[in-house]
Each structure stands twice: as C-alpha cells, then as structure tokens.
Design a protein around this ligand. Structure first.
Ligand code: ADP
Length: 491
C-alpha cells in the first residue's frame, strides 16, 4: 500500500511530545511490512538535520498556492536520511514555517496566521500524490493541525480526485488539542461557509473546531490506546465536548496502542547513557544512577530516586506530585524532574529544589539526552497523569528497568500492571489525588527495600514487548479495511 502521512512533528527532525516519536517510528515499521510511506512535514526553521546542512537535502520544486487572499510559494525538499522505505517531503513556504516555534512563538504567544500555516501544509500534502506521480491508497493525518488535510480532501478536493483511492484516517494523539477559532478565521482553508455554521460539521458552540471537522471528514479515526478510546466516548470531561461525535462513529473509531522505537530506546545501545546494561546484568544501571545524581547535583538519601520527564501541564498531574513532594523527601525519596510548561509549575518545582537542595533537582528545558539519562538513572518513574491518551514515557521507563508509578487512566492503564502480589511491572493508583499517589509511593518504597523482588519487577518490565510491529500490523489491518470495496466515507 501507499500511505501518505501528514504531521506537524516527527522524531528526530522536530519534537514537542509523543506525536513526534510515533511518526518517527510508525512509517519505518510500515515500510518493514512492505508498504511505501511518504511523510509530509513542514520545513520549520528549528528542524534538526543531525548537523547536516542544506546540501544534504535532495530535490526541489516550487508550486504556487492560494491561501485565502494570499499566495504562497511552496517548495518540497526531501530528507536524505529518512529510514529505508520512507520518503519525507518537507514543505517550505517562506515565512510561514521559516520562523522560530512550531505551534506558537517561543515566548508563548500564538501565531496570528496559524490556520494559514496548517492550510499550506494540508494543500501541500494533498498535491504530493499528483506531483510525485504516486497514486495514494490512504491519507493518514495526525491531530488537528494535519487533520486540515482530511477536511480539504473531503470538502475541497472532492471534485479533484487524487491519483489513487486516497481513503482517509485520522489519529488523535490528544483530544484536548482541538484548535478552536472564530468561524471567519478558517477562511484560509477555503472551505464552503456552510460547514462552519450550525449544523455544519465544524461548528462547535458558535466557534469553528478543526479537530471536530477533521473527525467527521475522515473515513476512520483512531486514538492511541483502547482505554482512552473508551474513556473519550463515555465521559464529557475526557471527551472534551467531542464524546458524542466520537461515540457516533461506532466502529469507525478505534484505539490502537502506540509502540516504542526499540532502536532508539534501548539501554543496551543508547549513546546518551554513560553506561549500558541489559535485563540480565543491571550493573550499568547503577552507574547511570550515579552519573545522573552527579549531573543533576543530587545527594540522595537511602530511599528511591524518582524521575519525571514531561510537559509540565495540568494533564500530567504535576499538582499531585507537588502535593506529596515535601512528605516524600521527608521519607527519604529524592527527585529529578525534566520538563517545561506552565509557569506555575516551574515556580513550584524551583521552590522545591531550593527548599530541598541535593534532594530535589529541576531542569526547565527540553533535553533529549538528559531525558534518556533520567529514564535510565532513576529508581522509579513518575507519571501521575489526570488523563493520558497513551503515554510513551512509562514505556521508556519500563524498557530501562525503572518501574513506573502511574495513574490508572488511558494508555497508562493499558501498559502498566500493578506489582501487588509480586506480579506486574509498576505501581498503579486510581484517585487523582496526592494521597493516592502517596500510597503508591509507599508501596514502591517497601518493595524497593526487597532487592530480589525489585530485580524481578525490573526484569518483568524490561521483558514487556513494546516494539512497533504489533501496532504497525494493526494500522495495516485498518488501512486494508478502508480499501475494501463497500466501505464508504460517511455521508
Ligand atoms: P505527551 O505526548 O503528552 O507529551 P508522551 O509520554 O506520549 O507524552 O511523550 C512525551 C515525549 O516527550 C517522550 O519522548 C519524553 O521523553 C519527551 N519529553 C517531554 N518533555 C521533555 C523534555 N523536557 N526534554 C526531553 N524530552 C521530553
């Protein structure tokens, strides 16, 4: 099959969160199964090309494009280091992508021309099959930004068929990222106006909702874990107002659990680590712990060293952690945190580091290497999320022999089994309250003191099958389902 993926992020080129890791790995896993995959991604200024300059980019075409009242000049470049079987087409569009920031300006201000940017990506992606003479089977877009391509595919390109069947699939990585704007702001997409006004598919309480429109424009929609898929159709808060829309899709909405790129996330080979290790010989993990302690300026007590890597936003349950932090330090835990996000959490964590020098360390930056070293060097990994579509961090922690402490929600519930009764791979709690997290930490501390039981727990987590092959096979099965005659897009 020929699969065209449209995305705003892709590891290792540009990463904000888990979306990048998924698009960094799934296309290659599909290619290994014999499919041809093209990924279309904006050519941001901040794109990391692994130190290679522009000379390493191949190919170049210029196409004029109308975006609302303006004209854009679009170039395609090809990433020379793409995985085998995968083509990555980078969309250059003058100042629209050649600026600092991905979803917003680095100072936190939104881009006033945000919709124009995603309209350009969408048009540029949908032109690829024709320009490249590549009859596409499935257009697979990720999240609301790239979902604009599915809106155009259905409502604008309907009269201009793509080469190939071009059936559509949308993957929702986080339902709370919807892109809500006044209806007039959608003008750059060139959609027929009735679509954004009640009862049109983009209308959402008087505003236009890009994600809602993309969901209703897709032949098939999925999210990234079975439990999150159930939660978002059953619960208004989890569904962020789209629970009815998703439930209405019936069997055209499914949960497919993410995998892990086992080449990148592998403690046996990881170049970011000061020492490597295996499940059979964890000596290197002790060296990683010692190096992490030094790197973060910690002087831990006898208790476990807790690690946390993530976006510091309410979703991640950071308030649960700050609720129990002083108590945890008093009980002998130490804490290493890496993350950026809400100013309020930065202040709370910096204050905790000042209150507990040597016991709490906080780095407010994006640092891929340090993230790897925290997964490897910590004793326990914290993920007390209020909700979690899939979560990759807990999967990385498991692979690095660092049992995760997680809330039983979304993908966390699907990937971590509680260690009660000396089975399972981590520590799971239910209530979104500090007390419940604390009870899980107490259980973890008790088990940590039993060396043999702890080793067995680590080994069970490290043995968990988490590569992309299973997920790629599931996506493949869904693509095939889309291409079966008789399965038509929703009217
Ligand atoms: P989400 O997609 O909600 O951010 P995931 O757990 O799915 O959460 O994925 C988060 C990814 O982003 C992981 O690869 C994690 O290591 C990475 N990450 C998050 N914050 C940072 C940071 N400050 N520095 C380095 N990596 C980070």
């Amino acid at each position: 099959m020929k699969i065209l993926m449209v995305t705003a992020e892709m590891t290792p080129l540009i990463k904000v969160g888990g979306l990048a890791d998924v698009v960094g790995a799934l296309p290659a896993a599909l290619a290994r199964r014999g499919h041809e995959v093209r990924v279309v991604l904006p050519c941001y200024r901040d794109l990391s090309t692994d130190g290679a300059g522009p000379a390493d980019w191949q190919g170049c075409r210029t196409v004029p494009l109308r975006v609302g009242q303006r004209m854009a000049s679009v170039n395609y470049r090809t990433w020379a280091d793409a995985p085998e079987g995968v083509t990555v087409d980078l969309v250059q569009a003058e100042g629209w992508f050649d600026r600092p920031g991905i979803y917003m300006h680095p100072d936190g201000l939104p881009f006033s021309d945000d919709i124009e940017r995603w309209a350009i990506l969408a048009h540029a992606a949908l032109m690829v099959p024709e320009l490249a003479d590549w009859p596409v089977d499935v257009v697979h877009a990720h999240d609301a930004q790239a979902g604009a391509a599915l809106l155009l595919r259905r409502h604008v390109y309907g009269d201009r068929p793509l080469p190939g069947p071009g059936r559509t699939m949308l993957t929702i990585h986080n339902l709370s990222h919807q892109i809500l704007v006044p209806p007039t702001d959608l003008q750059p997409l060139g959609l027929p106006p009735h679509l954004v006004h009640f009862p049109g598919p983009l209308e959402f309480y008087g505003q236009a909702n890009l994600l809602k429109g993309a969901i209703l424009a897709s032949d098939l929609v999925n999210t990234v874990s079975p439990t999150y898929a159930r939660q978002v159709t059953a619960d208004h808060e989890m569904g962020c107002g789209l629970e009815g829309v998703l439930a209405g899709l019936g069997d055209r909405f499914v949960g497919i659990l993410n995998g892990v790129d086992t080449d990148v996330w592998n403690p046996t080979t990881d170049p970011h680590l000061p020492a490597r290790y295996t499940a059979d010989d964890l000596t290197g993990k002790a060296a990683c712990r010692q190096a992490l302690v030094e790197e973060m300026g910690l002087e831990p007590g006898d208790g476990p060293l807790l690690g946390l890597v993530g976006r510091l936003v309410p979703q991640k349950g950071i308030d649960l952690l700050t609720d129990v932090l002083d108590r945890a330090v008093g009980a002998g835990f130490s804490l290493a945190v890496l993350g950026t996000g809400a100013e309020e959490y930065h202040e709370l964590l910096h204050a905790a580091a000042t209150r507990h020098p040597g016991r709490v360390a906080f780095r407010d930056e994006f640092n891929e290497g340090l993230a790897h070293r925290i997964y490897a060097g910590s004793d326990l990994f914290l993920m007390p999320s209020r909700y979690e579509p899939c979560g990759l961090s807990q999967l990385y922690a498991l692979r690095y022999g660092t049992p995760p402490v997680v809330r039983a929600t979304g993908g966390l519930a699907d990937t971590v089994d509680d260690a009660a009764g000396h089975s399972g791979t981590g520590f799971v709690f239910n209530d979104p309250r500090g007390e419940a997290l604390w009870a899980a930490l107490e259980r973890a501390r008790a088990l940590h003191a039993d060396r043999g039981a702890w080793r067995a727990l680590q080994r069970r987590g490290m043995a968990r099958e988490s590569g992309w092959d299973r997920a790629a096979a599931e996506y493949e099965a869904r693509y095939r389902w889309l291409l079966e005659p008789g399965v038509r897009p929703k009217g």
